[in-house]
Every structure is written in structure tokens, then in C-alpha cells.
Design a protein. Structure first.
Lengths: 256, 339
């Protein structure tokens, strides 16, 4: 099985707090991973470190067998896409302009976007249901529509390794299911892998193959969904009683 | 769907961009002609044509070639420099309120220039010391913002703004102890004035080099506006580009300030007017800003020296008179959303 992203003996700490130590991780082609943890548990920090945005205290991260610290940003961006939790756009731009920026890592230095790039952008906007908004200024979009725009940008980027920081943020129930289905289906097509932080246990159960639990008071744990999504572990994870109900729609998790 | 042609036509958008640039070039040439024709001695188009084809030394020739032409070129170049510097500074600091002077380049230059004026030195020394002042500021702000290693646009902005207000205090001090006979010159310098402009060749070189370098970075600049991390995620080497932006914007501003003092408003408003009317793609925006900035400053300077002739107004006053209503009008009209 091809491994897409690996971390060896990783130590990450932020403001004196250690998030993980001697942490090994291997994401293989075709796998969908979830990160669960309470507020401030280090989900975003872990994702940013794996993406090479910040340096780890110790250890090494390899993307398709190349050390991520040594990769050129452009080469990295051709293989790895990142969905940021917050966007900081302060200048006017249209939906189409923004989504086309996903092509940046694939364009040469002097190259302009070709008709094929525009076609990709258009298809991505269709997939997330924003095709009619192509010429709208992004400030006029709602929070959920902006989230869909970011996902469209990622689809246009066509990476193999997808790191998503709370992809379900701002999305209504319909779009949560639809877009996560779209993204996880995309992983199988390109033989890539996906790692996302989530707050919704039911989404984690529905879409993830494997999980990383970032506990507040003990080292992180990783494994299959079936082993980790159990009341005892989850209650410890969130420091709050979590109950698992068997319904005719399958298992459902609720906060007690 | 894979065989479908895109409904968005990139070629069409590129053609529109070309038209915009063509239109702005025509406007720039028109304003050059206007500037050469207007003034205390009336010159007609026929005279201009004669000047170009013959070279007998006449009074008209002297006035146009030796007085009006250098000043016209200086205005065009300084305006272009300020507008491009404004664009770059806004990207670097990711702040719509940033202008070329926000990091104190003009403050440093002003202190240099005012010292020279109060010592009664000539134009060469005024320009020279302004340039040295700008350079000192460049190193000072960069060194301080770098401080303990971490560098961020916010830190840079704060360092620059505080340094600028420090320079402001020195300027007030120099004004308050300055001799009456020097005060007018000092005030004109502070408001921006092209009557002393020289060295068009050096400025043109600075402008062309900086414009070419920043145009080469235009696509990464588009991404930088989306935020540092977003740019990183899409494969932009953020830090080297920030450093380049800082140096380019500072060089452009220093060059403009050395020529014309601190001409306010232009560097803030021209980028915004263009962003609101033609969009944020820097591949179009940067050359458009150079053309529009040059044209606007040239028109303003032509007004400044003819409006209440023989007396001259500082051009900075006129750029604000033209720029403020124009900006507000574009803001009202624009459907590209708020800043």
C-alpha cells in the first residue's frame, strides 16, 4: 500500500503545551482520517505542522517519501491541499477569481490561466453549487457559501493529500453530507488520502476509516473508528459524558 | 461535461484588460500633451510639432524642452512610483489603509530634506538628504520589526507607524525652530512639490526595474491578499516575497519622495480606485496603477502651476482635491463590494 504522508517521532508543542511526543503517523492511499479533540486540544496545530506551515520540535514529516521541510512550497502545493479554518480576505475579489487561484501551483511562472483551468474552476463551482455566483464579490457570500468556495478552490488545486481543518464548519446538514461525500469519493479517485479535524462524532463515524484522538490529559491515540468511537474514550476526550444510541438509522452519538 | 467549453472566457477577460491599459496609456499621453501646452507662454499643437521636427533655439523651445518637459516627466514618473508603491504596500501589510508613507519612508526623507532646507542648502542637497533619510528609515524599521526573529505584517505595520510618528515629531520640531524665510519651502516640500524635480533618468530606472520585478510576482501577490497561510497553502514562498515587496515599495517611495516631497493621497487612492473598477489581478493592476498614478499626478501638477498662475500651488493639495471626490464616487458606483 502506498503511503502518502508519514510522520516519525513527532514532537509538537505550542506555548509550552505539548500536543504530542514520539508520535508516529502513516496515512496510506485511499484512507480517510479524522482528528477529534476538544477546543484547544491542538487539532489545528497538528494539521499545520503536518502541512509544513510550522516546524515540529522534533521528528520528521515526509510527503510521498520526501521530507516536507525540504520541499519547495510550489511542489508541496501540487501534492497537498489545505483547507484553512478561517479566511482573512480583506480585499475585494470575485468567486471566480478566488477559485482560479487554486490553479496557482500548477501554473508556470509566466503562465496565465488557460481555458482548461477555467473549465476546472467552472466544474468545481458546479460541484459545490456556486456556479451561479461566479461573478459575485466574495463579501456577499454567506459563511457556508464561503466554506463551499474554499472547498471548490481545493478541488481545482487537485492535490493527492488533503488536510482539512473543520471542513463541516458553517455548512448546513445537506451540504455537510454532500461535500464530505464528494471529498471522500475524490480520495478514492486520485488514490490519495484525507485528514480532517471534526467536531461532529456522527460525521466522523460516517466518513472516517481511522481516527486520531487528542486527549486533554494523556498522549494521543490513533486507530480504527470501531475501536475508538466508544463512550468511555469519547467521554474522556471531551471531559463530558457522551452516549452512544443504537437506532434504526445506525449508531448515533449524543452529549449526555 | 468533460468536452464542454468553459462558459467563462479567459480570452475575453484578457482583451478587456488590454483595453483598460490602452485607454490609460492614451489618457497618459493626453495629459503629457496638455501639460506641455499649458502655462504662462501659450504653445499650440503646431508649435509642438515644429519643436519635434526642427531644432532652432527659440523661446518656445526653451520653455517646453527645458522647463515643462522635465517637470512633466517627473510628475508622470513620481505618480507612477507612488501608485505602484501603494499597491505593493497594501499587499505587504494586507491593509486597505496602507499607503507608501505608512512605514515612515516619507518621514525619514522629510527630516533629511527639512534639515537641508533649514541650512539653506540647494536642491541637490535637499534631494540627497531626503534620500539618505528614506534609507535610514528603511533600515531602522526593518531592523526593529525583525527584532527577536519573528516578523509579521502587523508587527511591521506597528513598527512603521510608530517610527513615522517619531519622524513627525522631529518634523514639527524643525518647523517650529525654522527661520521664517525657510518655512514656505519646508511647507511646500511637506505637501509635495514638483518645481524642484530633477534626475528624471534615475527615477525612471527605479520605476522600470521595480515595476518589472513586481509584475513578475503579480500572481503570488494575488494570493498574498487572501492571507499568509492561504498563500502558503497554495505554494507561495511567503517570506521572500514579503521581503521583496518591502524593498521594492521602499525604493519606489524613496525615489518619489526624493523628487517631489510627500505627495499625499495618490498612493492610497489610485490602487483602490483601480481595484474597485478593474479588479484585483495584479498582472493588470500594477501596470494600470503606474499609468493612472502618473496621469493623475501630471494633471494635478498642471493645475497646480496654472490655476492661480503666476503663483504655484503645492501639487499635494491638488491630488487630494481631485482624488477625494473621485475615490468617493468610485466607491459609491462600485458593485465589486466594500473594501
Amino acid at each position: 500500500m502506498m503511503n502518502c504522508l508519514t510522520a516519525k517521532q513527532l514532537k509538537i508543542s505550542i506555548s509550552g503545551k505539548t500536543i504530542c511526543q514520539q508520535f508516529d503517523l502513516q496515512l496510506n492511499a485511499g484512507e480517510v482520517w479524522g482528528i477529534l479533540g476538544g477546543n484547544g486540544a491542538g487539532k489545528t496545530t497538528l494539521l499545520h505542522t503536518l502541512a509544513g506551515f510550522r516546524a515540529a520540535d522534533q521528528g520528521e514529516i515526509r510527503l510521498f517519501d520526501q521530507a516536507i521541510a525540504q520541499l519547495k512550497p510550489r511542489t508541496r502545493a501540487q501534492q497537498m491541499g489545505f483547507l484553512l479554518q478561517d479566511d482573512q480576505a480583506q480585499f475585494p475579489a470575485t468567486v471566480l477569481e478566488t477559485v482560479l487561484q487554486g490553479r496557482h501551483p500548477h501554473l508556470g511562472f509566466w503562465q496565465w490561466e488557460s481555458p482548461e483551468d477555467y473549465l476546472l474552476a467552472e466544474q468545481a463551482l458546479l460541484k459545490v453549487g456556486l456556479a451561479d455566483y461566479a461573478h459575485r464579490p466574495i463579501e456577499q457570500l454567506s459563511g457556508g457559501e464561503r466554506q463551499r468556495l474554499k472547498i471548490a478552490t481545493l478541488l481545482v488545486q487537485q492535490p493527492k493529500v488533503w488536510l482539512l481543518d473543520e471542513p463541516a464548519n458553517h455548512l448546513d446538514l445537506h451540504h455537510q453530507i454532500e461535500l464530505l461525500s464528494l471529498l471522500t469519493a475524490q480520495i478514492k479517485v486520485v488514490q490519495g488520502c484525507l485528514l480532517m479535524s471534526l467536531h461532529d462524532l456522527n460525521l466522523a463515524q460516517r466518513f472516517c476509516d481511522k481516527l486520531i484522538l487528542l486527549y486533554p490529559d494523556q498522549p494521543p491515540e490513533q486507530g480504527c473508528v470501531a475501536d475508538l468511537l466508544v463512550e468511555e474514550k469519547l467521554s474522556q476526550l471531551y471531559q463530558h459524558p457522551i452516549r452512544c444510541l443504537e437506532t434504526d438509522a445506525g449508531r448515533v452519538f449524543i452529549a449526555g | 461535461m468533460s468536452n464542454q467549453q468553459p462558459t467563462f472566457k479567459p480570452a475575453l477577460q484578457r482583451k478587456q484588460a488590454l483595453y483598460v491599459l490602452l485607454l490609460l496609456s492614451v489618457a497618459a499621453m493626453g495629459s503629457v500633451a496638455l501639460s506641455l501646452l499649458s502655462g504662462s507662454i501659450s504653445v499650440t499643437f503646431a508649435d509642438l510639432w515644429q519643436l519635434l521636427s526642427h531644432d532652432q533655439p527659440t523661446l518656445t523651445r526653451t520653455v517646453v524642452m527645458e522647463l515643462r518637459l522635465p517637470r512633466t516627466l517627473a510628475a508622470l514618473i513620481v505618480g507612477a512610483e507612488l501608485a505602484v508603491a501603494g499597491c505593493l504596500m497594501q499587499v505587504l501589510l494586507r491593509n486597505p489603509l496602507a499607503d507608501p508613507y505608512v512605514l515612515g519612508v516619507s518621514g525619514g526623507a522629510a527630516v533629511g530634506a527639512l534639515c537641508s532646507i533649514s541650512l539653506g542648502l540647494g536642491a541637490f542637497w535637499i534631494s540627497g538628504s531626503a534620500f539618505v533619510g528614506a534609507l535610514v528609515n528603511l533600515l531602522l524599521v526593518f531592523g526593529l520589526a525583525h527584532g527577536q526573529g519573528s516578523w509579521s505584517p502587523t508587527r511591521l505595520l506597528l513598527t512603521g507607524v510608530v517610527t513615522a510618528s517619531g519622524w513627525g515629531a522631529v518634523v514639527s520640531f524643525l518647523l517650529s525652530i525654522g527661520e521664517d524665510s525657510h518655512l514656505r519651502g519646508m511647507l511646500f516640500w511637506l505637501m509635495g512639490d514638483l518645481s524642484r524635480a530633477s534626475l528624471a533618468g534615475v527615477n525612471l530606472t527605479v520605476l522600470l526595474i521595480c515595476l518589472a520585478l513586481s509584475w513578475a510576482l503579480a500572481r503570488p501577490l494575488n494570493l498574498m491578499l487572501r492571507g499568509e497561510l492561504q498563500a502558503k497553502a497554495l505554494g507561495v514562498s511567503v517570506y521572500p516575497i514579503q521581503l521583496t515587496l518591502y524593498l521594492l515599495a521602499s525604493a519606489l517611495t524613496a525615489s518619489a519622495v526624493t523628487q517631489a516631497g510627500s505627495v499625499g493621497f495618490l498612493g492610497l487612492v489610485v490602487p483602490h480606485i483601480l481595484r474597485l473598477s478593474i479588479g484585483t489581478d495584479h498582472r493588470v493592476l500594477l501596470p494600470a496603477a503606474a499609468l493612472a498614478g502618473g496621469t493623475l499626478l501630471l494633471l494635478a501638477d498642471t493645475l497646480a502651476r496654472t490655476l492661480i498662475a503666476p503663483q504655484q500651488l503645492p501639487v499635494g493639495v491638488i491630488t487630494a482635491f481631485i482624488g477625494v471626490p473621485m475615490f468617493l464616487w468610485v466607491l459609491q458606483k462600485s458593485n465589486r463590494g466594500q473594501l
